[in-house]
Design a protein around this ligand. Sequence first.
Ligand SMILES: Nc1ncnc2c1ncn2[C@@H]1O[C@H](COP(=O)(O)OP(=O)(O)OP(=O)(O)O)[C@@H](O)[C@H]1O
Ligand SMILES: [Mg+2]
Length: 384
Amino acid sequence: MDPNANPFNPGAGTPPPELVGRDPILQQANTVLERIKRGRSERSLLFVGLRGVGKTVLLREVRRRALDKVYAVEMIEAQEEQTIAQLLVPALRRLLLDLDGAKKTIASVKRGLRVLRSFLGTVKVKAGDVEVTLGVDPEAGRADSGDLESDLKDMLIALGEAARDAERPIALLIDELQYLPKRDLAALIRGLHAVAQEGLPLVLFGAGLPQLFSQVGEAKSYAERLFRFFEIDRLSHADSDEVVRGPVQEQGASVTQDALQEIYKQTKGYPYFLQEWGYRAWNLAPENSIDVEVAREATRLALRELDHQFFRVRFDRVTPASVSTCERSLNWAKVCIDQAKSPTSLARPPTSSDRYAMRSSERAWSTARLMGISRLPFRCSINS
Ligand SMILES: Nc1ncnc2c1ncn2[C@@H]1O[C@H](COP(=O)(O)OP(=O)(O)OP(=O)(O)O)[C@@H](O)[C@H]1O
Ligand SMILES: [Mg+2]
């Protein structure tokens, strides 16, 4: 079919033609946004899951909904080897300016900028290649102690107060949160805790890889009560079919049941893979319909591409830290499997992270096998 009309969007954070199967999560996000806007308290949401399950597109959808509710919104992405100050300062500056349309007429907005200036005093931050400057004097005694936890707390409180006085709540969306160093994550959690205690209208929506569960718990023990975690996973069979069928029908074409079956069998409902298969099948279909032959050819092409791009890039980026996380996970799986396949038969009561480690390691094994890791042209193999 016409590649120019292809509705599928395989990629990173690229909005799908139809965001399927995430309604309960988005309803919860709506409730959080609405309650914070009404001055009530709500836990921040964290979307946690493997690569390609749709965390970024969820954050982007929350961003859209927050903008609809007239929030001041910033969506940022943590990077490896970046401090929280480098990550946050440009975003906090934009938020403060956005709160009163850059007029700087509200006293607490002006104070927020001064506190940000104090916070900047101890760090040098660049936005692109340009060093961030604020054109205001620092606010003495706020965010200038040199202690990150205390300074970030002062900063977020000043931001929350500015939001309250400007009558515009703030939604801060941070993707790839697992990249934050432990100390920085702890400081962020401490700051958000203080904001929640003060009842200020500032909320975080975050996303990250599965290690975020333990990272957050290790950074601050009370974090479990500050955040609501959503485990983002693959889609059900019915939802997976809808990911492919919906956009095809929307374009006036069709897809057979056998083709949908083949696509589900291969993708096991992973959103990124569904987009990839849909995209290829659409381009391969000679007529106005995707049949099982086309779906099988899409499988052949998609697997080849995944081996040489998707998995290769990830394999080449494996770091000692991720190897050790992976090993921990796999060790847990082994312990659990040795002990009658159940974490409940461990010598001690399993914690929630034990259970998560087991589930995720089982999934990692089956995904690796499903998606053909063992066929990769590298000298690594999974022997079970
Ligand atoms: N619910 C969904 N329905 C249909 N397609 C989806 C859905 N969620 C994600 N996708 C598609 O899957 C792909 C991956 O999505 P996204 O980049 O948000 O995943 P991710 O979890 O953020 O991955 P990563 O961890 O690599 O950043 C995109 O092409 C997106 O359009
Ligand atoms: Mg992402």
